[in-house]
Design a protein around this ligand. Sequence first.
Ligand code: SF4
Length: 700
Amino acid sequence: VVEKGTPEHSVVTTCAYCGVGCSFKAEMRGEDLVRMEPWKDGKANHGHSCVKGRFAWGYANHRDRILQPMVREKITDPWREVSWDEALSTVATKFRAIQAAHGKDSIGGITSSRCTNEETYLVQKLVRAGFGNNNVDTCARVCHSPTGYGLKTAFGTSAGTQDFDSVEHSDVVLVIGANPTDGHPVFASRLKKRLREGAKLIVIDPRRIDLVRSPHVAASHHLALKPGTNVAVLDAMAHVIVTEGLVDERFVTERCDRDAFEHWASFIAEERNSPEAVERVCGVPAAEIRAAARLYATGGNGAIYYGLGVTEHSQGSTTVMAIANLAMATGNLGRPGVGVNPLRGQNNVQGSCDMGSFPHELPGYRHISDDATRAIFEKLWGRPLDNEPGLRIPNMFDAALDGSFLGLYVQGEDIVQSDPDTHHVTSGLSAMECVVVHDLFLNETANYAHVFLPGSTFLEKDGTFTNAERRINRVRKVMSPKNGGGDAHGYADWEVTQNLANAMGLGWHYAHPSEIMDEIALTTPSFAGVSYEVLERLGSVQWPCNEKAPEGTPVMHIGGFSRGLGQFMITEYVPTDERTGARFPLLLTTGRILSQYNVGAQTRRTANVVWHAEDLLEIHPHDAENRGLKDGDFVRVASRAGETTLRATITDRVAPGVVYTTFHHPLTQANVITTDYSDWATNCPEYKVTAVQVSPSNGP
Ligand code: SF4
């Protein structure tokens, strides 16, 4: 992939980075990508893009890419390059041997939110139909699993309610635990445009993110809460709405479970949920909470957008339900301009969850214990399916350490770098007999692997990604897969999974990802109307797409919720077990910067210095002065779990007592210092609250 010459033809495809899902024209000269041009007809981006999608695709041809399968007996042995046949038969033999010795539940798989829907579907099918268990999980476990739980409980569907166009009808926008300018730049531009037109903005975030004050945009209210107190603040806003008579009674009566509402309203009206009581917990002045609540409830169409600052907490699922409560109480659902909208970090988080990547759910979010749903898949796949949920990712490592889980297939995910409690992850992997990493690069997880299967980039495959607004976008192959090794040609990731399934005797014969999508449509009601022919004709489509909505569903829950009546849930604030004290007096929270993407595996391998910015620790001037720190000094950041070294930047973007960093570089090892606390419902780790001490350091 090099920029050279004049393009000869172009192919429309979808960005490989964030959940906005921008469409691009890949302009080609032969097999060379000349440039990526944002596609003006892309329905998620309307011709716009950010720097990552436009310029950060050089990783596709980076010298670090592994292009030949490799195996080794022990993880201390050197890698040995082998043919695809040998690599896949090695995996099949080892996995079957582990199952013969330790039972069918002793192996599993992890899917990726960076792979296509079709690839993800095949991995969960391999686990359920081939391994014979439900030990499949996804990297969404560590980001948006609380969204799945919370929104399904409240509305009946684990997805955002609106399309991006909806923001053009919003009068009040509440952004909580998200930094769209850095994380979802093209959506942030649309939001800023709407704010410049007069819409009001409320930001709930411990940090003064760009949206709070940027050229021509200023938030009406910034509730700079103490990390870990989201639920308290949202309950206090609901308290104002209930006690000041701001509830949309008609909406609640017609659209929601009235008994559940009454139960919730009497809980929320208790004095302990008042802004005055909550101020002592969260540090936000009561008057600010009251003013923000009144604005959201009375300012016209109110839309809520949120990110990982909501989900990555011990009360992540509770926070999502508290957001849903606010929207239902004010009638802000079921029309353009309103709604509850999770901003997904990776390009296909929504899709990987839709495709049945969780151990308890088949595609379409149907529980594995449901006999009728299981029967659909059993008939089509020709195999009986286990009716018990399988292991979640952290439980796979627990089981590895007690000797009952010994084989793992990891597609497109660096769990050593991105999962919490790194020591637990590496101990678990070290205890396994066969770890298979299927990826572009020898990532940190590959240090614990016995087999490495080289992956293909988004430029080398056909398929679909589903963005944060449930939009199914086509990914189109623009060049041949480079992972051919010694063979005549390489393989897209879906082909690799199919070949592995066949090495294990499953007899799959998909000729193209469109056939996988046809199977998804056959088995999954919300995808019943989706096909590559429909995607070609409409450009893209938002699920549910079926008989009732043949052209898809931009806005959900019009006239009724997926579950029938909307469900209010009691959302009691429970403080995290992570506490500050004399040894660890500061609270660390984390986020992203515009030029980097997640653990940086792709963006750091792009030829431009802006992609190499290091992770910095933001610290308030008072806290810096107390420690004798100057801007740019190295600091030791220590928590109860571990320590790392970063360079400090002194700024009042963070409040006294709060520090902040990003997590894009492997050397930073942010997850060495994060705790092992997690969301009570989904095990999503509490990355956003860690008690730390910061002290001067001479450097790493
Ligand atoms: Fe890609 Fe997201 Fe940037 Fe769009 S906003 S170009 S999807 S990284």
